[in-house]
Ligand binder design. Sequence first.
Ligand code: AMP
Ligand code: MG
Length: 498
Amino acid sequence: MPDGAPHTAPVFGFDNSYARDLPGTFVAWRAARVAAPRLLKLNRALAEELGLEAGALDGALGAEVFSGNLAPADAEPLAQAYAGHQFGGFSPQLGDGRALLLGEVIDREGRRRDIALKGSGQTPFSRRGDGKAAIGPVLREYLIGEAMHALGIPTTRALAAVATGEQILRDTGLPGAVLTRVAASHIRVGTFQFFATRGDTDNLRKLTNYTLARHYPGLAGAASPALALLAAVTEAQARLIADWMAVGFIHGVMNTDNMTLSGETIDYGPCAFMDAYAPGTVFSSIDHQGRYAYGNQPGIAQWNLARLAEALLPLVDAQEDRAVERATEVLMAYAPAYDAAWLARMRAKLGLSTAEEGDRDLALGLLSVMEAEKADWTLTFRRLSQVLRGDASALRLQFGNPGAIDGWLEDWKRRLAREGGAAEARAAAMDRVNPLVIPRNHKVEDAIRAAVWEADLAPFEALLDQITRPFDEAPGRDAFALPPPQSFTDSFRTFCGT
Ligand code: AMP
Ligand code: MG
């Protein structure tokens, strides 16, 4: 069909449970029309996983649908209400200010998944915002989300990116875009806070039951749905944050409206991967206090879970002190769950398949040399397997003073010897958990710059190809595997995705 001809709205096979079960928690709304939508990228594999017709959507029809100009025939677009603590301060009303849930599909594996637009125009929740998104942040979210997925980390994903043909106004004029985001759901800690802060216990209860049934169906019959939900989310978030820490991911804006109940990573704004290991690493231009620094993430997640617990209190017990006591007991599980998840990941990264008392100290011993010698997080772990294959040179080169790691290597080898097993099998297992290629900040910036200012998507495609097979060892990957010069990292800043 030629561009410009009218398209027939496709049917996505939506089953819109949020719209059906939770009236009063959203506003039905429509996307703004955009001038000249052009499909930048369709995630065909994901489209197929969702049961959509990838072939039909990969062109002019996809541009119409994923810009918001043409709603699928069975869509019931809506903007969700939520509140949230942003950098510790509470905003009682945030909500989807530039996003719309189109609907939910049941994917090929039977999982219910949201399909939503981001950057699709103003809604009643827009406050002072224009409801728009720029190509740069849209492609950034696309790249990093897909990288996280390839790393095996629970995450929302990008289904499509569309350029709108419009200029949007930020510090300068920027080309506009819309991202289509797929999520297990868009229910956030802030969604619960929205109803709790209004004393709307009825909707709070409905939302709790809905979320439990959708994400933790095994717990649906629990005596206290609120406590069961809190416990399940506490577990899921402990594992998620341990996943982030294991790959050096810094979310950058862990506000309570950016923390999901499903346990998926959401809202890739100022996020970035750490190069040299330093717990205080912050890239976000607005995180002046380092609240969301790499090393603070486990504690911030716990803080956010405490906010979820507070929101749920009215459902836990009519007597507030009893409710607090019971919710606190559940929250106490966070620290040990996080510690166990972190240690399990560190053991795998170090090639250990058994547990010994001293393993935590062994892992911490490596981290302290890495920090002192400014070793690259990703390549240090990746190069450990080469030591097992008989060559320690690439590993030693990661350390400012290569000799500084020799003592630790002896400790590690003694620990491995006690465990036994074949070196090559262990090295191969380590290469399946320690990525070679992550989305390096300079590569992401290069890809975005070319797409935004030169309308050249080749670097974006090349980077996407590299970061969606992070564990493969193949020739020609060095340009993507190596960190940028320290001078780049020192001055690198990220921005919230507005
Ligand atoms: P975020 O920083 O992306 O997590 O967004 C925080 C809040 O600001 C959410 O309620 C968003 O919907 C809203 N928001 C962010 N950018 C815009 C924008 N350009 N227009 C309207 N609302 C926005
Ligand atoms: Mg957000």
